[in-house]
Design a protein around this ligand. Structure first.
Ligand code: NAP
Length: 251
């Protein structure tokens, strides 16, 4: 087991799903963790459940990111692990994309990620690890996902550029690209429950391992990238998808 004793960790979007699972595991390993979210009640509940410190902060708002960096500096001092995980998914065909749909996704998933990294730079320790939560949608032409998939493809490009720019400080930057994960995200994409169940069943037939990942399975990869066990890994994209991205041609 990696040692995170007294390591300082910030996780954006840590109130449910993958962020929450990662926070729980890292607190159990001895880390001092901050989790964020947009809603006070869920931030308080996540802090209680994990033993992390909860801070209300909206990743799409630059003033909130400034506030988060200020609070993180006060609570943690310098930061060893920055897990930029907060994200939303919503789907629409190109003919129906609105400015609001486009902006809401890009502002949280990409613009917020860029400025979270930028604003944390002064309080990141040299040798820190940055992990972005991307998606296999970055690689795939799934219909109705223009804004979501583009936001994740952009994150993967950011990962590589940041890895080069931050290498002189020994800061490693990597992305985790999950396939389907069993988290509350699916309940928020705007599909009626019946359609959601049909989509979930269809996805499971197409994933070679025949299942959605658990948030804990994704957290394990995030923690590997956050730890010294991945000390020579930077600018990498880790696909954790049960084989979904393999595109078998027959069968
Ligand atoms: N679940 C999947 O199948 C899957 C697959 C591939 C990639 N991902 C990616 O994994 C990441 C985590 O998603 P999840 O599946 O764990 O979903 P989730 O359970 O919905 O968690 C998302 C977290 O992000 C927070 N959040 C959303 N918008 C935010 C904002 N503007 N500022 C701060 N926090 C915000 C949410 O809290 P509030 O809403 O209360 O703010 C929540 O804590 C996302 O980037 C998602 O795109 C998920």
């Amino acid at each position: 087991m990696q040692n995170f004793q007294d390591k300082k960790v910030v996780i954006t979007g840590g109130t449910t799903g993958i962020g929450l699972a990662t926070a729980k595991e890292l607190v159990a390993m001895g880390a001092k963790v901050i989790v964020t979210g947009r809603h006070r009640d869920s931030v308080i509940a996540a802090a209680k459940e994990t033993g992390a410190t909860g801070i209300v902060s909206d990743q799409s708002k630059l003033a909130d990111i400034d506030g988060l960096v200020g609070e993180a500096g006060k609570h943690l001092g310098k930061v060893d692990v920055l897990f930029i995980n907060a994200g939303i998914a919503a789907f629409a065909p190109i003919s129906a994309i609105t400015e609001e749909h486009y902006d809401s996704i890009m502002d949280i998933n990409f613009k917020g990620a860029v400025f979270t990294l930028q604003k944390f730079l002064p309080i990141l320790n040299d040798g820190a690890s940055v992990v972005f939560l991307s998606s296999i949608n970055a690689y795939n032409a799934m219909e109705n996902t223009t804004a979501y998939a583009a936001s994740k493809a952009a994150l993967n490009t950011l990962t590589k550029i940041a890895a080069i720019e931050l290498a002189p400080r020994g800061i490693r930057v990597n992305a985790v690209c999950p396939g389907p994960v069993n988290t509350p995200l699916w309940g928020k994409v705007g599909m009626p429950e019946e359609q959601l169940q049909q989509v979930a069943a269809l996805i499971q037939t197409k994933v070679p391992l025949k299942k959605f990942a658990s948030p804990e399975e994704i957290a394990k990869t995030v923690i590997f990238l956050a730890s010294a066990d991945s000390s020579n890994t930077t600018g990498a994209e880790f696909v954790v998808d049960g084989g979904f991205n393999l595109h078998t041609m027959i069968g």
